[in-house]
Design a binder for this molecule. Sequence first.
Ligand SMILES: Nc1nc2c(ncn2[C@@H]2O[C@H](COP(=O)(O)OP(=O)(O)OP(=O)(O)O)[C@@H](O)[C@H]2O)c(=O)[nH]1
Ligand SMILES: [Mg+2]
Ligand SMILES: [Zn+2]
Length: 333
Amino acid sequence: MSKRHLSQQQTKRIHQQHALRIAKKDKVFDATNLSEPQHGLIIAHYGSQLEVKGTDGEHINEVWRCHLRSNLEALVTGDTVVWQADNTNKIGVVTALLPRNSLLTRPDAYQKVKPVAANISLILIVIAPLPTPSTDLIDRYLVACDSVGIPALLILNKSDLLNNDNRDELHHMLAEYRALGYDSLELSCFGDLSALAAQIQDKTVVFVGQSGVGKSSLVNVLLPHALQRVNEISDNSQLGQHTTTTTRLFPMTNGGALIDSPGIREFGVWHLNEQQIQQGFIEFRPLYGTCRFRNCSHQSEPNCAIKLAAEQGQILPRRLASLNRMLAESKTA
Ligand SMILES: Nc1nc2c(ncn2[C@@H]2O[C@H](COP(=O)(O)OP(=O)(O)OP(=O)(O)O)[C@@H](O)[C@H]2O)c(=O)[nH]1
Ligand SMILES: [Mg+2]
Ligand SMILES: [Zn+2]
C-alpha cells in the first residue's frame, strides 16, 4: 500500500512503533532501574524538567518529573512522548517525541519563537469587559490560529461586569467577528458554563488572552480539581498581574484536556511571513490578487481592491489597519 493511502491513525501507529523501536535500542535502556518504554503526555514544562502523565503501561495515570534526552527538540505541554521511569530515583526520562497534530507558537521577548502547546484542537481566545479588550490582539491571535490551522472560539468572560457603558460596544465587537465566521460565547465564571463545556468536550483546548481575563478561573470552574492559582479578588484593578506563569495541561475525564496559559500583553507576528498574515484575514482572501498592482501593499497604491472595499464598507477599515500593522512588523523583522 502506498504511503499516501495510509489513514492518519495508521500513520500515527507506525510512527509510535518506530519511536519505541529506536528508544529500545538506545543505551539509556541498559541502565538497570528503568521501566519499559511507555507513552506519556507532557502536562507542564519547568526549565529543564518536564511533568509527564503516563498514558499506558506500568505507570498509567501517574505524574512523573522527567528529564529529557539532550538530542530531543524542544518539547512542549500537550506533546505525547515515549518515556521510562527510574523507579529507584523516582524520576523519569523522556526518550522520544511522537508526531504532533498541531503546534501553537509565539515569539518571546528575546526574538525567539517559543512553542506554547501541542496537539490542540481548539483555541479559546478569552476577553472580558476588564481588562479592556484589544481588537488588534484578537486579530493577531486569529492570524496565529489560522497559520497553524487550529480553529478559534472567542469567549467574552465576566459577563456579570457588562453594564450600560460597555455592553453595546462589546456586543458590537463580537457581532463583527461573528460576521467574519468566528463563533463566540458570552459567560461568567460565576454563572452557567454548560455552553462552553459542550463546545470543548473531547477536545484539547488552550485558553489564551490578556492577563486577568479569567482563564485560570474558567479552568477552575470547569475542573474543580485543577486548583489553578487565580488573581485574588482583593485586587480591585482587575487588571493583569500575570498570575499564571507556566502553561499547564489538565486532562478531562472524557479524554479531552484544558490547557491554561500565562496571560500576555502583546503578540508579535514577525515570525509569520506576508502570505500567512494575509491569509489570516479570512474575509480579504477573495480580494487578494484583484488590486491593480500584483505586489500591492494595500496602503497608498491606486486601485487597491482592499482599500476600496474598506471605503465602501464591505470590509472593516480597522481590520485593514490591523493587517497593515502586522505586515509592517513582519517586514522589519
Ligand atoms: N467579575 C468576575 N470576575 C472574574 C470572572 N472570572 C474571573 N474573575 C476574576 O478576575 C481575576 C483574574 O482571574 P484569573 O483567572 O487569575 O485571570 P487569568 O486570565 O488566568 O490571568 P493570568 O494568569 O495572569 O493570565 C480574578 O480576581 C478572578 O476572580 C468573572 O466571570 N466575573
Ligand atoms: Mg491564569
Ligand atoms: Zn491592494
